[in-house]
Ligand binder design. Structure first.
Ligand SMILES: Cc1cc2nc3c(=O)[nH]c(=O)nc-3n(C[C@H](O)[C@H](O)[C@H](O)COP(=O)(O)OP(=O)(O)OC[C@H]3O[C@@H](n4cnc5c(N)ncnc54)[C@H](O)[C@@H]3O)c2cc1C
Ligand code: SF4
Length: 488
């Protein structure tokens, strides 16, 4: 703890954003990093708590008080080493994590929490700029081979850990580029894709082989709404025969539908049918076939995916964007007495919301209305939540003009046929069945097949995917070698 009175002397300073009028003209990141001095002052607000709730609140258990102190002292390189000791990719989480660590921070009980996420991003960006982040090539190769299905944050974290332990790792990815939802779900304005590319280059130097446009499946067919760029099919049996271990990290890709009358109308899309081509378009793969320019857009679903549809629609030049949420509006200020391990309920306004949206809560969509097969409006009803159950308010039906609707209500489960192809048992929610604690954790019922990330835990967060990838890597290493020195 650099300065024992820091938390009383200094206010929290958040990263600033480029002005709305400027940022909506392009897809570049617009969050402006802290300056050296600001980062130091933010680091010294940390109280170095005896029991640092932040460290427990963070899914990868970042050693936050230590790097806060190192940042205050200007010891950036050591801060980077401590940061990387628990998180392979802090440049991802430093940009797009909802920061449960900050919700847990003790300072948040009666003041603003330490700006942990902004400090994390600061440390790692400085590391890249100064060339401090280099490949860590395993000095000894084990001769063991591991296949990883899926190149999202879970697959990437597992691959990097296992390559550093000396194993020969091959990542199979059905999309044309590496990164999973980091690449094709999350827009460039939240995470520029060069940030994934430079990690990929580092991992290739460490020995990871990426096989993109390759689907691991019995027949290569997928349900509607799931993007597949694969030109090659590799079967689960081939992987089981050719590799010493397999990790399934294919995410939770089946989108939740809204089967109300009119669902078939032109103009009603799953969110990723809009966001994936947009990310491809920014990467130079041609125009997005869905344009929101001059359109009335309604986004159904109030989470990150919905927010990304709002930001993207505004960048297209939509004339009006409305976002509907079925749950009631949370309070604008959190209840300060709700502290870690509980999550304080609070209205969260994203940078995309600030760019222009009409948000409405406790609203249910009853019908999509159209003319000549084309969407023109949606019919909704207001809800009252009674005892945790939604009740329609009589006479509250209303219509919203809509040319485009994006369904952003989450994802229900992984693609069943892929898990079935491996013979992997599913849990009650349809996810790969594997535990996270105790002997045999992350292992499925199928010999030498493991599972990590959204495919195992269901739709979640990048930081949880990184945690699971790291932990699964340790279990695979121990399975292959009898014991493991990889951190858990
Ligand atoms: C639009 C959107 C915005 C989000 N925003 C945020 C955010 O701001 N912050 C946050 O923390 N989280 C966010 N999330 C959630 C987060 O992206 C996911 O929780 C996380 O990416 C899951 O990581 P994963 O590695 O388990 O799976 P994924 O990232 O889904 O990666 C799985 C990969 O496996 C590939 N794959 C699947 N099956 C096969 C197969 N059979 N063969 C070959 N390849 C296969 C897929 O193509 C995909 O590339 C967002 C999600 C979405 C959809
Ligand atoms: S909980 Fe907050 S104040 Fe305490 S150690 Fe963590 S970051 Fe510092």
């Amino acid at each position: 703890m650099g300065k024992s009175t820091g938390f009383m002397e200094f206010e929290r300073v958040s990263e600033s954003y480029a002005p709305v009028a400027e940022r909506v003209t392009n897809y570049r990141e617009f969050v402006l990093r802290l300056t050296d001095d600001a980062a130091k002052v933010q680091g010294v607000r940390c109280m170095d708590c005896g029991i640092p709730f932040c460290n427990n609140g963070c899914p990868v258990n970042n050693i936050i008080p230590d790097w806060n102190d190192l940042v205050y002292r200007g010891n950036w390189q050591e801060a980077l080493t401590v940061l990387h000791s628990t998180n392979n990719f802090p440049e991802f989480t430093g940009r797009i994590c909802p920061a449960p660590c900050e919700a847990a921070c003790t300072l948040g009980i009666n003041a603003d929490p330490v700006g942990i996420k902004s400090i994390e991003r600061y440390i790692v960006d400085k590391g890249w700029e100064n060339g401090w982040i280099a490949p860590q090539i395993a000095p000894v190769k084990t001769g063991k081979t591991v296949a990883i299905v899926g190149s999202g944050p879970a697959g990437m974290a597992a691959a990097q850990q296992l390559a550093r332990a000396g194993h020969a790792v091959t990542v199979f990815e059905k999309s044309s580029r590496v990164g999973g939802l980091l690449r094709y779900g999350i827009p460039d304005f939240k995470l520029e894709k060069s940030i994934i590319d430079r990690r990929m280059v580092q991992m290739e130097a460490e020995g990871v082989a990426f096989r993109t446009k390759t689907i691991v499946a019995v027949d290569g067919k997928l349900p509607a709404g799931i993007v597949n760029d694969a030109v090659t099919v590799v079967t689960p049996d081939q992987l089981k025969a050719e590799f010493d271990a397999v990790i399934l990290a294919g995410g939770s890709e089946v989108p939740r539908d809204l089967p109300v009358p009119g669902r078939e109308l032109t103009g009603v899309h799953y969110a990723l049918e809009f966001l994936i081509p947009q990310n491809k378009s920014v990467a130079g793969d041609g125009p997005n076939p869905i344009s929101a320019e001059g359109k009335h857009v309604v986004v159904i679903g109030g989470g990150d995916t919905g927010s990304d549809c709002v930001g993207t629609s505004n960048r297209h030049g939509a004339v009006a964007v409305t976002q509907l949420e079925v749950m009631p509006m949370p309070p604008e200020q959190e209840n300060k007495s709700v502290t870690w391990p509980y999550w304080p309920l609070k209205l969260r306004t994203s940078s995309s919301h600030e760019e222009g949206v009409d948000r409405d809560f406790a609203v249910m969509t009853k019908e999509f209305i159209g003319e000549n097969g084309k969407l023109t409006a949606i019919k909704c009803v207001r809800l009252e939540w009674q005892g945790g159950k939604p009740v329609e308010v009589a006479g509250s039906e209303f219509e919203i003009k809509a040319d485009l609707v994006f369904l952003a209500m989450g994802f229900t489960n992984p693609v069943a046929s892929i898990l079935e192809g491996f013979g992997v048992e599913r849990d009650a929610r349809g996810n790969a069945n594997a535990t996270t604690d105790g002997e045999g954790c992350y292992a499925t019922n199928v010999a030498k097949v493991f599972a990590a990330g959204d495919v195992r835990r269901g739709q979640s967060l990048v930081v949880w995917a990184i945690r699971e990838g790291r932990q699964a890597a340790r279990e695979v290493d121990a399975f292959l070698m009898g014991s493991s020195l990889l951190p858990r």
